[in-house]
Design a protein. Structure first.
Length: 360
């Protein structure tokens, strides 16, 4: 056990309430790994607040391998604030037939409206963040709970090791003498499959060793395989082919452009649902030469747009100028009457944003 694992174990053993927070645009691999961590903590009788809520699409897709436990009901604390410039003689409780009174005795005259009453956020002992520390401030992910002290925040990120390996290490550290939980091992196996592109992008022999270990511990390979097979939908494959055929690269702006007409959706009998469009733009990015930015324009009632970018500062700036709220690496832009107008306006915006970034 290394120092970091020892610290995490200590936080979990000594804590009662935990926050698991994700980027609103987290991919399926991250969501599955975070759910495995949630189940691990619940197995140790911990109270978990999971944020943001999972989409109905995600829950439906993976319903055979997990069932979400609702966030605990928040027992809201109330704070009564007294201005510091008011000297007090005493504060006491006073029993009444149908209430408990708080009696404040000031040394100088004071009116009731000088007091203020406010709600206090739900408190947690430790937080697990599945996003980068610098991004946490820039996006200001809003949760109904109070942020714990910085030293009580654990950042779990993808790097040379998969998220499945890191969560598995936590599980091993906590469960030295306990039998493996099938839900945990299945969620970790599914996360590993998605994070490594069905093991095609596995970075090391340890990744394959983990897959083998999870299966030996009881991961439900059949359930995960069935979910993967369901993705091989001919209609979605046809739409992806059409999207790829209508994708071009602007090397000057380092941006890929994809255009989907209403006819593309009619031919594949698919609707331009948000979850599907985000998954589509991510898939396109994996099949083309790497570009920092990608823009998808699609025809619905008007021309809808999605802007995807790796530079969160530029992306946030673009979103703000369009009056939009970025979901980390992407945001849905405004609608336009025509494809040409959408391309002209977004191209101008991208040029201005890149120029501003370089000049500053």
């Amino acid at each position: 056990m290394n120092d970091r694992e020892g610290t995490i174990k200590e936080f979990i053993e000594n804590g009662k309430r935990f926050l698991i927070a994700l980027d609103p645009s987290a991919e399926e691999a991250t969501l599955l790994a975070s759910l495995a961590l949630k189940k691990i903590l619940e197995n140790h009788d911990k109270e978990i607040f999971f944020w943001p809520p999972l989409s109905n699409t995600f829950q439906e897709k993976f319903k055979t391998i997990f069932s979400i436990r609702e966030n605990p009901k928040i027992i809201q604390k109330i704070k009564i604030k007294i201005p510091k410039n008011i000297a007090l003689e005493e504060i006491r409780y006073e029993e009444e037939p149908d209430a408990l009174g708080i009696v404040i005795s000031p040394k100088e005259p004071m009116e009731p409206d000088e007091l203020s009453i406010e709600k206090v956020p739900y408190e947690v002992d430790t937080a697990f963040y599945f996003f980068r520390e610098d991004e946490a401030e820039s996006r200001k992910i809003q949760t109904p709970v109070a942020k714990p002290p910085q030293e009580k925040i654990i950042f779990l990120l993808k790097n040379s090791r998969t998220l499945s390996e890191k969560i598995h290490d936590i599980d091993e550290t906590l469960n030295e003498s306990l039998a493996s939980d099938e839900t945990v091992t299945t969620l970790l196996f599914a996360s590993l499959i998605y994070e490594t592109g069905h093991m095609q992008n596995a970075a090391s022999a340890k990744t394959f060793a983990l897959a083998s270990a999870l299966l030996n511990k009881g991961a439900n390979h059949t359930a995960v395989s069935n979910i993967v097979e369901q993705e091989k939908d001919i209609a979605r494959a046809q739409l992806f082919g059409r999207a790829l055929a209508r994708t071009t690269i602007d090397t000057g702006l380092k941006t890929s452009w994809t255009f989907l007409s209403r006819k593309d959706f009619e031919k594949t009998q698919l609707e331009p649902a948000e979850d599907m469009l985000v998954a589509l733009i991510r898939k396109i990015r994996k099949f083309i030469q790497h570009q920092p930015f990608s823009i998808l324009c699609y025809e619905a009632s008007e021309i809808g747009t999605i802007i995807f970018g790796e530079n969160t500062a530029i992306l946030t700036g673009m979103a703000e100028r369009l009056g939009r709220e970025p979901k980390s690496l992407y945001f849905f832009g405004p609608s336009f009457p025509t494809f040409s107008e959408a391309e002209i306006k977004l191209r101008e915006l991208l040029k201005e944003s890149l120029s501003y970034r370089i000049n500053t």
